[in-house]
Ligand binder design. Sequence first.
Ligand code: FAD
Ligand code: NAI
Length: 467
Amino acid sequence: MATNTETAFDVVVVGGGPGGYVCAIRAAQLGMKVACVEKRGALGGTCLNVGCIPSKVLLQSSHHYHAAKEEFAAHGVKVSGVELDLAAMMGRKDKVVAEFTKGIEFLFKKNKVTYVKGAAVLTGPNALKVGDVEYTAKHIVVATGSVSAPLPGVEVDEKTVVSSTGALALDKVPGEMVVIGAGVIGLELGSVWARLGAKVTVVEFLDKVLPPFDDEVSKTAQRIFEKQGIAFKLAHKVTGVKPGKSGATVSVEPVKGGDAVEIKADVVLVAIGRRPYTEGLGLEAAGVVVDPKGFVPVDAHNRTNVPSVYAIGDVVGGLMLAHKAEEEGVAVAETLAGQAGHVNHAVIPSVVYTNPEIASVGKTEQQLKAEGVAYNAGKFPFLANSRAKASGETLGFVKILADKRTDKVLGAHLVGPGAGELVAEVALAMEFGASAEDIARTCHAHPALAEAVKEAAMDVSKRAIHI
Ligand code: FAD
Ligand code: NAI
């Protein structure tokens, strides 16, 4: 890490999340003099501090607890006296986060990125202030991310009514938990607390869980979650959350009219999406416009309306995912270095880290139908996959969609063991413009979960062997 005494840079990146820190490192690799300003006191942004990583730690730890109690016996492993040590579980999560945060500081030092601690305020198209110190930059990259969207009339105190941040740090397992929103956060963190013993009810405004996902995936996932004990109130809206002496009362009514019900909860998780975060950033002083929802509009090269200012990651909208932010960070750094920085937004995988995992890349069947694209679908159930059977994780399927005329892979939708890893193969195939036959003719090791991807690709032309 360079010292804080320098104030003139080629690039100043505002925000040290996956978009910002990756952009800073790549720009430094390409020979630019770079600073990254971060105000939370730790690098890694939402993802590392209160998002992707702590949630995945708790998902893994809660999975071990649940598996020891409920699944080991089926494998002939008898365990008794399984106990939860929530403080130790939370402690491990905090340790993993702290190690990664330090890891990014190390990467900054290694790549000579100046880490400026504090809140940046833009003062012009090439200038910003952090505290009393003024910095100049040939280019500014806005990577300030997002925060939880509020539910009007519902106050989040991070104890009884929590956002994802509070739900990652509860000090005891709630007896009853109401989750507002059957999106990614609702299902991941709802799963964590359900596995640890909470009775979880998820209230969702729309009529399906994980609304952007393929309908078949959403239906299958919902059935599996219900078997795991999670209750759903789909097509319902929350009309109020009234905190009491302990816990809160959540008023819920059907979207299409009907009787309202009240649900008592020890903890209410509000997970209804995220909104861009630009408060206090001074975008107006730099002349950067935002759209009515607060996102910073950018062109295909992440340029804002001001030529010296770029924006990346959650703050520009689209898929609010860490890897999308990272790709945009790399692309902007490469563009600034005169290279052909580019992100293929059509091939960005989404993964929900529940058990089983849910993953998607490319178009859903519903999107293809709406666009009038003729396609063939191939599907393979994990029940017929030998590795899944050996592990006792047979729920779910792989579905591959390919253009009817050219056989080019257009999308893949998975529910099942390792779905989050398996989707990478299809994403790679799509980047290479592969056909379903290309995947089908690629030799996959046996026994492997990836064979389900191969068989689904074979099923596109109805020649799967094992179904
Ligand atoms: P952020 O990570 O939000 O970083 C922006 C940073 O900018 C913040 O640290 C903020 O403090 C800083 N900042 C803001 N304003 C200023 C300022 N004026 N001056 C200085 N610093 C400033 N995505 C995945 O892909 N996989 C997952 O598994 C996943 N899990 C998630 C789980 C949860 C609970 C949540 C909430 C999100 C999850 N996400 C996940 C989404 C992911 O965290 C975001 O998409 C990602 O962090 C966006 O990166 P970013 O760099 O755009 O912004
Ligand atoms: P989301 O957009 O995934 O889901 C929000 C859900 O809330 C939607 O289904 C929506 O219909 C519903 N909703 C909205 N208003 C409502 C209301 N008033 N009452 C009931 N339901 C309502 O947002 P979520 O889960 O908050 O996650 C935020 C972002 O974080 C997402 O964009 C996601 O991409 C990212 N994330 C990614 C993860 C991953 O990649 N594994 C994990 C967690 C978060």
